[in-house]
Design a protein around this ligand. Structure first.
Ligand code: ADP
Length: 261
């Protein structure tokens, strides 16, 4: 069974539906990029996947024993978060909070998890530093270490390279790729960077006026206006109800249209 299955999912606020009839699946080890215009509902979808918002309709089914607290989240950074007056160690430790239940103290296992993740991200030397004193790239590594401390299963990343320079962005992408390929971590990433999405993703979900879900090759064929059959892809065709362009009633966008921002 898929780790996450979204079926006829509608997302939104109060009575306003932002996006409806989303059908997609995420399997263990997938790298799914969510793309779409600004305001199309990508962050709202993340919040819904994280159980912070209720679906307006449809359902999200988790499988393979995935529990809601086994999803790590790297949110889009606001200025307030950038200025957060806590140490690197405290922030990474807070990733363990979701597992703690009512226990008031961090355990030895929590502290070991933190040590391991600081080391994996090459930021052990920064552990006592104040978060707000760090560079943008270092801050994102800290937040990635925090998300990894919450889970070794699924990572949800909301535009993790926004505001980073090219070098820091590349380094962030290769770290995420490493955790995906070498550790089998499932990645779900909102991205404005279509080029990077096409380089790293196994699957693409395009939301907004036009909805598409499929493998990267199917997405490329869709943007060219080809059916999967014409493009000679389909070995990894999405599940029958997984929201292919035809089922979603969507016309493929013109090539230029998918170059968001
Ligand atoms: P994206 O991440 O694709 O840019 P969002 O999910 O942030 O899009 O926003 C989708 C729409 O939902 C936007 O029109 C936005 O104004 C609206 N929206 C976002 N947050 C809220 C909220 N808390 N209450 C009501 N509407 C919201």
């Amino acid at each position: 069974m898929a780790l996450i299955t979204c079926s006829k999912l509608s997302i939104g606020y109060e009575r306003e539906i932002i996006c409806s009839d989303l059908n997609f699946t995420v399997e263990q080890g997938d790298y799914l990029c969510i793309v779409g215009e600004n305001g199309s509902g990508k962050t709202t979808l993340m919040r819904t996947l994280l159980n912070l918002r209720k679906p307006m309709a449809g359902e999200i089914i988790t499988g393979d024993g995935l529990k809601p607290n086994e999803i790590g989240y790297l949110p889009q950074q606001s200025q307030v978060q950038k200025d957060f007056p806590a140490s690197v160690e405290e922030i990474v430790l807070s990733g363990c909070l979701g597992r703690k239940g009512r226990k008031p103290f961090y355990s030895a296992v929590d502290r070991k998890t933190v040590d391991r993740n600081l080391e994996r991200l090459g930021i052990s030397a920064l552990r006592k530093k104040c978060f707000r004193e760090l560079s943008g790239g270092q801050q994102q590594r800290v937040l990635l270490a925090r998300a990894l401390s919450a889970t070794e299963k699924v990572l949800l990343l909301d535009e993790p390279v926004t505001g980073l320079d090219t070098e820091a962005a590349l380094s962030m992408y290769s770290l995420i790729e490493k955790f995906n390929k070498e550790n089998g971590l499932t990645v779900i990433m909102i991205s404005h960077d279509l080029e990077a999405s096409l380089k790293y993703a196994t699957h693409i979900l395009n939301i907004g006026e036009k909805i598409f879900f499929g493998t990267k090759d199917e997405y490329l064929a869709w943007t060219r206006g080809e059916s999967a059959e014409e493009a000679g892809v389909g070995a990894e065709a999405p599940a029958e109800d997984a929201g292919t362009p035809a089922e979603a009633g969507a016309e493929p966008p013109a090539e230029a249209e998918v170059q968001h921002e």
